[in-house]
Design a protein around this ligand. Sequence first.
Ligand SMILES: NC(=O)c1ncn([C@@H]2O[C@H](COP(=O)(O)O)[C@@H](O)[C@H]2O)c1NC=O
Length: 536
Amino acid sequence: MSGHTIDPSLYRPRDVVPVRRALIAVSDKRGLVELATELVAAGVELVSTGGTGKAIADAGLPVTQVAEVTGYPEHLDGRVRTLHPAVHSGLLADLRLEHHETQLAELDIKPYELVVVNLYPFAETVASGAGEAEVVEQIDIGGPAMVRASAKNHANVAVVVSPDRYPEVAAAVTAGGTTLAQRQVLAREAFRHTASYDVAVASWIGSVVAPDQPAEESPFPAWVGGTWSKDADLRYGENSHQQAALFTSNGGRPGIAQAVQLHGKEMSYNNYVDADAAVRSAFDFDEPAVAIIKHANPCGIAVASAGASDPIADAHRRAHECDPVSAFGGVIAANRTVTLEMAETVSGIFTEVLIAPAFDAEALELLTKKKNIRLLTLPEGFEATTVELKQISGGMLLQQADQHFAPASEWTLAAGEPADEATLADLEFAWRACRAVKSNAILLASGGASVGVGMGQVNRVDSCKLAVERAGDRATGSVAASDAFFPFADGLQILLDGGVRAVVQPGGSVRDDEVVEAAKAAGVTMYFTGERHFFH
Ligand SMILES: NC(=O)c1ncn([C@@H]2O[C@H](COP(=O)(O)O)[C@@H](O)[C@H]2O)c1NC=O
């Protein structure tokens, strides 16, 4: 049977509801005694579950244990405590309806006007690495039931799921009661809370207890849930006629969305997109590295040179030298603390955003003098994304992030002499750096720094032309990486004509022979990696 239909004329209006009786069952006991003290002072009768009731009683305040209300002791190891009509009828009675009031009186059940509940720490227990049995016991049943019942009945009951709301609710109670508008907002918060909680439970059971397929068949469950909360409305989206907002994931890994802004104007939509690309690129390296991004593509990536006195400053200087024209107004990510020396260079260049794990105090002091730069630190616990999501109309695509990287030791020599150690290191740098460049990607590098980047072209020939043109004289003697194979020898020929001396690419084209012949004819070393790094 679906829900009852009630004649709308039967509802008696109810706005301010004075609070006489409150049900409190909280796992997180922060602020509990303060709240209980204010409620008791306002003449409210408190009913509580075991631990909550004990904490209130220990503070010397009067409280009734819920077992006295239900007539049943808390049993089955606490699985059944509040699941009883004496509780739930008191939460669900719609006192705008005369017959609900009558039925409640006939059953001798007293209504609640305030419910304060927070749930067992399910997500925290999962995160702690606890075993299945322990996690199962942290699936709160009675709590969500009370929260949902009270939120449904917000015409009569105020439901509080966060200690942040205690002061305002206590003030309302003391002032004579909660208003309908207040209860509506609390109900909204309550349903979002239980929805997020159930998504966490459903995700855990579908990934840990009963995966839809064995992990070797698919790491993706047949159902994916997630909830996000709005962190900020942004000034506009990609363009000024598009509205946009930043949402942070509830319970996901912290990333750019949780970055802490230390200085500068509000982050824009494009700033977030570029900061994400910058971090993706710079944090792909273990050694000190800097990436400079424009329109989601790197216009300079470098690692510190061996023996540099200030490695991160050195990496930045060399990343900037790749393409100073494009770096104007860029978004920079550094994978190490920003030093004063790096700050001195950055402060001379118009930069939109600089994001790093931290800033030295002198660096921060210098950079905060610049009005236009935004300075951000990455959140604690930041880790690169392992699963990527792309929205398409009617659905989304999920994929594992491109985290597999074949080192030089796994490559095959396809043409020319084996590269010496320094050249091999440069090729490995170029191969890694090019996977942060939108396809078709060609990246020329020298000494652990990009010197020419050809990105996002619809054919590889144009990417080769771009990379060589941007590198200018620096193309001569550089090494090149191509994110996917050369379908013909024409693109490679542009690199060879530009003076590139070693190339790394996946190989695998039906015309590999032609490509290899062109490299051999030019006396150039070429390695095949056997894997590609498309990035769209
Ligand atoms: N079983 C029940 O009927 C039940 N009723 C309330 N709880 C939870 O018990 C906790 C409070 O317990 P205590 O007051 O004992 O610390 C709250 O997180 C509340 O959501 C229950 N626990 C789990 O389902």
